[in-house]
Design a protein around this ligand. Structure first.
Ligand code: KG4
Ligand code: ZN
Length: 347
């Protein structure tokens, strides 16, 4: 049933990205993604009702663009892969119904894809790795380490007992009065800060689990302190702060901006430390079954974390695979890829 030239149509609508992709033998023929961030940023997070309505209004146009860019016709599609879970129910339903409609109209099989597994196996598209590897998945919904065996079975080795790293990035950004999603904003501001300014601690250092809610609370308390100290300027946007950090004037705004940048940098240092110390513990305990690590999920598009994870892997002689940034955040290429892999090994 499966051949390497089979074209997989991937459909991703689990959260706030509407994404459609045509993939053939790890080659992306076309990937069309519409991000809803501008619609949700004013609310400081994703509003499920707005998300599902917007998926519905964009998905057909994205599909038309995908077909046009790839130069194939709909009947050339061999399999339709869609994200079935986890995700926002209304958003998922839009993708599911769209996928079913296409499948019925061209009589081609449907494959249900788990969103988390789609992230984990992204390294198959970018590095041709689909078996015998470890994966650190860090996104808005997950912070976990997985082990993928020779049969492509994906087993969780450890995960967060509370918040995911992406959630904490978003929460810190929101508390500072910045937009959603927070990851890229915090990363940008952190470049101007001193990561040693705040000594933030991450609990469960000696446990097999991650925990980030305590770090979130520490940051929120520091933010309250910063707001109290610089009372007048607390409603500045992150763009105002960037402007201030880029000019040499010394005033209350610049001092406030520097303090915020220092907190962002210290926060990133704490996140990296938590991720690397857990990986080190797994490496030393023998739980790291394969000396290959894929780092993926939306948070893996962060350059500071990518560099930190790469350095750790170099130190321990672990081959590291980090997808291009646009394949770290939610996208339909990873879904199309997962569908093909599932057909291939009849998972
Ligand atoms: O994988 P993803 O697109 O969606 C989920 O499956 O959750 O991840 C979204 C998360 C958001 O929390 C966002 O703030 C975070 O990824 N993110 C980043 C960066 N870009 C996106 N976090 C840190 N640094 C970034 N550059
Ligand atoms: Zn995701």
């Amino acid at each position: 049933m499966y051949n390497i030239y089979m074209i997989s149509l991937g459909i991703e609508t689990s959260c706030d990205e509407t994404s459609v992709c045509l993939l053939m033998d790890k080659k992306i023929l076309s990937l069309q993604t519409f991000s809803q961030v501008d619609l949700h940023s004013v609310y400081g997070g994703v509003v499920p009702e707005i998300a599902s309505r917007d998926h519905l209004s964009k998905i057909s146009t994205l599909m038309t663009k995908c077909i046009a860019e790839s130069g194939i016709s709909v009947s050339d599609i061999g399999v339709i892969s869609y994200t079935s879970h986890p995700g926002l129910i209304g958003s998922l339903l839009t993708g599911i119904m769209f996928a079913k409609g296409i499948s019925l109209s061209i009589s081609k099989p449907l494959v249900e894809v788990n969103h988390r597994e789609a992230h984990v196996f992204t390294c198959n598209i970018t590095h041709g790795v689909s078996r015998e590897f470890m994966c650190l998945l860090v996104s808005g919904g997950h912070t976990s380490v997985y082990c993928v065996d020779s049969d492509m079975r994906c087993t969780e080795v450890c995960s967060s007992v509370d918040d995911s790293v992406g959630e904490v990035y978003d929460k810190v950004s929101k508390s500072l009065g910045f937009g959603y999603p927070g990851g890229a904003i915090i990363e940008e501001l952190a470049k101007y800060g001193d990561g040693k300014s705040y000594n933030l601690t991450v609990p469960l250092r000696n446990s097999m689990s991650f925990s980030f809610s305590g770090l979130k609370t520490q940051c929120l308390k520091i933010i309250q302190g910063i707001f109290a100290k610089y009372d007048v300027v607390q409603h500045l946007t992150h763009t105002d702060i960037l402007k201030s950090l880029n000019c040499s004037t010394c005033n209350t705004i610049s001092m406030y901006s520097q303090d915020v940048a220092n907190l962002c940098a210290s926060f990133q240092v704490a996140i990296l430390h938590s991720l690397t110390s857990k990986l080190e513990m797994l490496l030393c305990s023998g739980a790291f079954k394969y000396k290959k690590l894929s780092f993926c999920g939306g948070v893996a598009s962060n350059t500071f974390l990518r560099d930190g994870i790469t350095s750790l892997c170099e130190m321990y002689g672990v081959d590291v695979f980090i997808p291009d940034k646009y394949l770290c955040t939610d996208n339909a290429a990873m879904v199309a890829n997962m569908g093909i892999l599932m057909l291939d090994c009849e998972l």
